[in-house]
Design a protein around this ligand. Structure first.
Ligand code: ADP
Ligand code: MG
Length: 189
């Protein structure tokens, strides 16, 4: 409950056969949690339904099993909490909440537009954790589209510069697992 994971799905439930663009050896290396000790970020990119959240949760569970404190949030939730805290003069307090857990998972960057203040607050958090606190981030948008996601190319570049300095990127190219049965039945193509 502490980690606020949206669901509990161990890595063992992930069907790698369905998603051949994922290097399963790379994922199993990540599951050893050395990336946490090294302070590396993991960035999972891909279209909806390909298993980004599932993998982020599975790696989060490995981290918890290894004794690390983990916190899961979505980009939308994180930015809404920081924006509210900023308005109430409690930004420092809330930045600490997200800066302290050993592993922070930020899911769903790119689904909702981020305003100028939101982008600024997100950048502050990324700077806080930079070279100290590893993160797992997921996005449906390629890095080149993050300028649009954050509504500002300069802030997006500054965010990516810090995130990617020590990072592993998993680029998933494939079909949505949610549509698996419909694809199989030939209902869609
Ligand atoms: P995304 O975050 O990329 O949109 P999710 O991780 O939420 O996708 O996956 C959608 C649903 O399909 C979830 O219930 C997830 O557990 C399941 N799923 C996705 N990919 C796989 C897979 N390769 N093996 C098993 N379950 C999967
Ligand atoms: Mg998801």
């Amino acid at each position: 409950a502490m980690a606020r994971l949206p669901f509990v799905k161990p890595l063992e439930t992930f069907e790698f056969d369905y998603q051949p663009s994922i290097d399963r050896k790379q994922v199993h290396t990540l599951a050893s949690c050395h990336f946490i000790e090294h302070g590396d970020n993991v960035i999972v990119l891909g279209p909806p339904g390909v298993g980004k959240t599932h993998l982020a949760v599975s790696l989060g569970l490995k981290a918890i099993a290894n004794g690390y404190r983990v916190l899961f949030t979505t980009a939308a939730n994180l930015i809404s909490v920081l924006t509210k805290a900023h308005a109430e003069g409690r930004l420092e307090e809330k930045l600490k909440v997200y800066a302290t857990p050993r592993l922070l998972i930020i899911d769903e960057i790119g689904y909702l537009p981020i305003d100028r203040l939101g982008a600024n607050l997100f950048f502050q958090l990324i700077s806080r954790r930079y070279e100290r606190g590893p993160m797992i981030l997921t996005s449906n948008q390629s890095f080149s589209a993050w300028g649009d996601v954050f509504g500002d190319r300069i802030i997006a570049t500054a965010i990516l510069d810090r995130l990617l300095h020590h990072a592993v990127t998993l680029n998933i190219r494939g079909n949505s697992y949610r549509l698996k049965d419909k694809l199989k039945a030939g209902l869609i193509r």
